[in-house]
Every structure is written in structure tokens, then in C-alpha cells.
Design a protein around this ligand. Structure first.
Ligand code: SAM
Length: 279
């Protein structure tokens, strides 16, 4: 019996349901239920919250979320082999776990949940960044979700929390930090997973701010930041030449030296430039 619930240990569940890990599905499972409970706790207060979990696999994190009191968990899993194992968890927590079989990129799972909503996932690495970008770019802000607690490979986690001047600083940092607080809250070595991946991993916790940190039109800001970082080693006056006729004047008006490079410029200045471009 495990410490967090009365269900069998995950090794037994995996053996019984023949859930040998498939690399193509990014299957690196966490079998330590104390660790999955710890990740669930990092998501904040789950009681009274609906939780979206992507990629429950054999259900270690799912069990953590339910044991930590989530009002309801909707788990979206692509691999149909996992369904019988997840059904056993659903039976142990009547009415609190719904499993949706399918590709998380193709189903509108958030529409099925009631706020407050927290998204918690040990993401498949091949779809993690795409899902994050989608969650960070809803049609309106604030989004329906209150927080994201997501496992990434360490290098992606560093790109999300990076600051100007860091090697990892770029589009993802600006996108995430414009409208969220973002922090790495846990780092994990490859051995924490079965089978161990080649890379280290980290959990990032993002909370949605009620409004963007600085005003800007999302599309204009995205266009400027994309152009600036597509040629991150160039001076901004050349990297952004195609964006507006008098880009040097606009850069100066935004308080940015035209000879500076994208990696030195903070969110506030990028937003100021986006506002000037829109004007
Ligand atoms: N949550 C489990 C854990 O922590 O042990 C499993 C995590 S494993 C890294 C990623 C899971 O995502 C696998 O169960 C895999 O089958 C599933 N998956 C992969 N691609 C998916 C997709 N596009 N949509 C939904 N689930 C997916």
C-alpha cells in the first residue's frame, strides 16, 4: 500500500496493465507517489479547484492531485493502454476523475471545466512547449485558468523564467512573464523517472496576472519580439529594419538604444516599442 492512497503501487499497476513505456509518446513515468504528491502540492490549494492534467499515463500524478483534495480532475491521455489503470483510480475517487482519451492538442478540455481551474502536468516533452504557448495566448486575458504547474525539460524551464542577459532569454520568457509570474519550483534528475530521460527536468509554476504587466497589443508585441529574437545577435536597428520605416526613431522613443541587441531588452521596453508601433 502506498502512503498517499489505498491503491496499489505504480510498479504493480504498470506490470498488470502491461504499460511498457513508449518513447514516441514521451512516456517517462514518475513512480514515487510521494514525489507526485509533492508536485500536486506545488500547484497550490486544489480543494475547490478543477484540475486539467495532460498525459496522466499510469496515474501517479493523478493520484497525487486527488489525494491533495482536487475537487475534480479531467485527465487527457493519448495512449488507450492507460485507460484501465485510470479507471481503477476513478473508481477509488467516485465522481472526481474524468478521463478523456485523445490528443491534448486536439481537444478543448478547458471548456469542460469550471473555474477556478489549475493545470498540472508532467508533460510529454514533444508537445509541452506548444501546449504552454496555447495556454499563454488565449483570446482574452485573464485566461480561464488560474495557474499552470508543468514539468519540462530543464532547458525549456530555464527559457520560461529567463531574465534579460541570460543565455536562455528570448520569446518564451517574454511571452510567459508579460502576463504571468513564473518560477522554477522543483528540479529533478533523470533517475526520478522510469525509464530515465536523457535530460534533467524542472517544474515551472505560473500564475496568471489579472492584467498584463505593461499594456501592449498581443499581436504587435509578438511580431516585434519575434523579429528581434530571430536575429538575436544583431543590433535592433538592423534586426527590426523591416518592421517600420523609422525604426531608429521608434527605438529611441521607447528608451531603447538602436545599437542594443534583443537579449539585453526587458519586457517594459518591448511593450513600449509595441505601443509606439501600433500608434
Ligand atoms: N503523468 C505521468 C507521470 O507523471 O508519470 C506520465 C507522464 S509522461 C512524461 C507523458 C504522458 O503523456 C504519457 O502518458 C503519454 O502517453 C501522454 N501523451 C503523450 N502525448 C500526448 C498528447 N498529445 N495528448 C495527451 N497525452 C499525451
Amino acid at each position: 500500500m502506498s502512503a498517499i492512497d489505498s491503491l496499489p503501487p505504480l510498479r504493480e499497476v504498470i506490470a498488470r496493465h502491461d504499460l511498457s513505456a513508449k518513447k514516441a509518446l514521451g512516456q517517462n513515468f514518475i513512480l514515487d507517489l510521494n514525489l507526485t504528491a509533492r508536485i500536486a502540492r506545488l500547484a497550490g490549494d486544489l480543494s475547490g479547484a478543477d484540475v486539467l492534467e495532460v498525459g496522466p499515463g499510469p496515474g501517479g500524478l493523478t493520484r497525487g492531485l486527488l489525494a491533495m483534495g482536487a475537487r475534480r480532475v479531467l485527465a487527457v491521455e493519448k495512449d488507450p493502454r492507460c485507460l484501465p489503470a485510470l479507471a481503477e483510480i476513478a473508481a477509488a475517487y467516485p465522481g472526481r476523475l474524468e478521463v478523456l482519451q485523445g490528443d491534448a492538442l486536439a481537444v478543448d478540455a478547458l471548456a469542460r471545466l469550471t473555474p477556478p481551474i489549475r493545470i498540472v502536468a508532467n508533460l510529454p516533452y514533444n508537445v509541452g512547449t506548444e501546449l504552454l504557448v496555447r495556454w499563454l495566448t488565449p483570446p482574452v486575458w485573464p485566461p480561464v485558468w488560474a495557474s499552470l504547474t508543468l514539468m519540462f525539460q530543464r532547458e525549456v524551464a530555464e527559457r520560461i523564467v529567463a531574465r534579460p542577459g541570460d543565455d536562455a532569454y528570448g520569446r518564451l520568457a517574454l511571452l510567459a512573464q508579460w502576463r504571468c509570474d513564473a518560477q522554477i519550483v522543483l528540479s529533478l534528475p533523470p533517475e526520478a523517472f522510469t525509464p530515465p530521460p536523457k535530460v534533467h527536468s524542472a517544474v515551472v509554476h505560473l500564475t496568471a496576472l489579472p492584467a498584463p504587466r505593461y499594456p501592449a497589443d498581443p499581436l504587435v508585441l509578438n511580431r516585434v519580439v519575434a523579429a528581434a529574437f530571430n536575429q538575436r545577435r544583431k543590433m535592433l536597428r538592423s534586426a527590426l529594419r523591416g518592421i517600420a520605416p523609422d525604426i531608429e526613431g521608434l527605438l529611441e522613443a521607447a528608451g531603447i538604444k538602436p545599437t542594443a541587441r534583443a537579449e539585453e531588452i526587458g519586457l517594459e521596453q518591448f511593450c513600449a516599442l509595441a505601443r509606439l508601433l501600433q500608434g
